[in-house]
Write a protein that binds this ligand. Structure first.
Ligand code: ADP
Ligand code: MG
Length: 291
């Protein structure tokens, strides 16, 4: 690896909380025409909280109890939001007798002889559950940019938990800076199209890749590259590591996981999204000055 001091612009970058993990990252960044941004934890604050619980038979505590039991041992950020909400509302829930987490989809659990599914609406549909009663509420909540987690007990959907995750304060401004630099911002997420589009609109992103399973993020980046685009990817999670490696420039947001940081060329300390364009601009001025 190139020593930090030898990287042009490296000192200036370090002062702004930008760490370079490869010597030519700043320069390659200048040729990028597309920046792919993960939604959760990159564009959003990554602090999901329950906004609304819907129970089709009117018993919200019951829906929350089932959801919390299924998620009790999950490490997903959405699980944390559900467990926090159960605690806040004083809802007690038993541990699951069995549980299985289905990556990018949800949790399948068995609790007190009940079969429980907690996860994205499309997954419950795939599992053969009739979602007719839930459709209107799902549409309404997704249009607000919430991630809707559905709860089914013994093959019947009993309710929904709507989870919101506010966008970062500097997200819209950073997207604007990308467009001003002639770079196209693209959102990538495992979340559904409707929720993703609502969040993208809030920050000014017009291109959205939704319903992308964790393993498929890398393929989506490769596809853009095969179409002739030079791609930077910004992400924070374990899910994002293969995409960060595949991209021409991988940028990890510092609050993220070690694995994302190890896969990146540029690491941003703190959680400002603006660091992405700070890096671009520092690279631009360093290389212009010396050429
Ligand atoms: P992202 O790409 O936004 O970081 P993931 O790939 O982790 O998201 O998950 C994609 C979607 O799958 C989530 O938006 C959620 O709807 C659903 N999901 C995944 N894991 C869980 C879980 N433990 N509980 C509920 N829903 C889940
Ligand atoms: Mg993420």
């Amino acid at each position: 690896a190139t020593p930090l001091a030898l990287i042009r612009g490296g000192g200036l970058a370090a002062n702004r909380g930008i760490l370079m993990r490869s010597g030519d990252a700043f320069q390659i960044f200048q040729d990028v025409d597309t920046i792919v941004l993960d939604k959760t934890g990159t564009i959003t604050k990554g602090e999901p909280a329950v906004e609304e619980v819907v129970a089709f038979d009117g018993n919200e505590s019951d829906v929350l109890t089932r959801a919390a039991s299924a998620e009790a041992f999950s490490e997903h950020p959405l699980a944390d939001a559900i467990l926090d909400c159960a605690d806040e509302r004083g809802v007690e829930f038993p541990d699951p007798d069995e549980f299985d987490s289905v990556t990018g989809k949800g949790i399948r659990a068995e609790v007190d002889e009940m079969r429980i599914l907690v996860g994205k609406p499309g997954w419950l549909t795939e599992e053969g559950i009739d979602m007719t009663t839930a459709r209107d509420d799902i549409d309404r909540l997704q249009a607000r940019g919430y991630t809707v987690v559905c709860v089914a007990v013994d093959e019947t959907v009993v309710g929904l938990v709507a989870i919101g995750d506010p966008v970062k304060n500097d997200a819209a401004e950073t997207v604007e800076r990308m467009k001003d630099a002639g770079i196209t911002p693209v959102m990538i997420t495992g979340d559904n199209e409707r929720t993703a589009t609502a969040v993208a609109e809030t920050v000014g992103i017009d291109r959205v890749m939704a319903d992308v399973l964790p393993d498929d993020k890398r393929d989506e980046i490769r596809r853009l590259q095969e179409g002739g685009e030079r791609v930077a990817m910004v992400g924070d999670g374990i899910n994002d590591a293969p995409g960060l490696t595949q991209a021409d420039i991988g940028i990890a947001i510092g609050a993220g996981t070690d694995i994302a940081i190890e896969s990146a060329d540029i690491v941003l300390m703190g959680d400002r999204l603006g660091g992405v364009m700070d890096s671009y601009e520092i690279g631009k001025s360093s290389y212009r000055k010396t050429k």
